[in-house]
Ligand binder design. Sequence first.
Ligand code: PMP
Length: 401
Amino acid sequence: MENKFAERACLVNSSETREILKVTERPEVISFAGGLPAPELFPVEALKVACNVVLNEEGAASLQYSTTEGYGPLREAICQRMKAIGITSAINNVLITSGSQQAIDLTGRLFINEGDTIICESPTYLAAINAFKSYNANFVEVAMDNDGMIMEELERKLQEHPRAKFIYTIPDFQNPTGRTLTLQRRKRMIELANQYDVLIVEDNPYGAIRFAGEGIPPVKHFDTENRVIYMSTFSKIFTPGMRIGWICADQSFIDKYVAFKQTADLHTDSFAQRITAKYMELYDLEEHIKKIKAVYKARCTKMLKCIKEFFPENLSYSKPEGGLFIWVELPEGVDSKHIFTECLKNNVACVPGVPFFPNGTQKNTLRLNYSNMPEDQIIEGMKRMGDVLHRELIKRQYVCN
Ligand code: PMP
């Protein structure tokens, strides 16, 4: 049979990280590769109760088709949660999506014409790269430092690409770097977006998982011209399996998102939406998030301590104040894919950084996830990884013997 795929089918291949994750699923492997929340923290017992209440009180409605915009009480609860972090919204500004991944994909569909330029952090979230690639976007990467995207660099890129469609940013505990955009830079990003008439897509799944330092309002808080499209999710603060995310934006944008979501899946799972809303009515989600933060703080602290103790000295790494990831930069010239292969021989896994760079540039980086492993496994895994790094860096004479 001749190739029947549309041209866009060649633009995205099965995500490299997914392939990596398959290998790391072997039970003997200590994996820092995924980005999974800790499953032992899922509120299973409370969800049994919420589930029963929903089925008893609104069983038929929860199993029926429902509106594309989403379940009213859930949208209302989301508005309240956003208010607490400085986003003023009405229910009409909120669309419930099937995870924030759908919000990303719909954003690509709504805004990207073939060949359009989008501006993003370098590196950035792999599944957003793939989503935007499928709409044939060109990526312009903006360098980061420990304070997030560098604004002088952003301005230069905006000057070079005056017709850029949007800036895609993950300001809090970014995936993959764990870095956070400072308050000053958030304000500056809005100024630049206004000046150069570009949209901002703020992808913020991790903001609620701050376990150290001072909270910073989302970029959307500083939005003066309704040009920030904010998206978030219950995946990291509740359960990812229920696939509940949302978009908050100007109503004119939301109307278009609704039209496009209708063609994708009609609406997000009604049952999951009602269970999520019922859980928030019956229980204290903030208390639950506190438990998650305490566990992730301990795991992150342990992993950072292990880097200091077991890894060679001539590498740098991020020190996140929340979220799920630490980013490691190896000496120039070290290929992290090779490090990954050697680690796997020793039954420990991480993700090589290359696929997080949309234009595939930097090869000497690694992403480590700490949320999904207990502390004793973190110690053992980091020892193994440290041994591999010492060996490999000595071979390449990056460290003295
Ligand atoms: N954005 C970022 C930056 C992410 O890291 C993730 C999940 N890993 C998502 C969006 C998608 O999350 P979900 O679809 O589960 O809401």
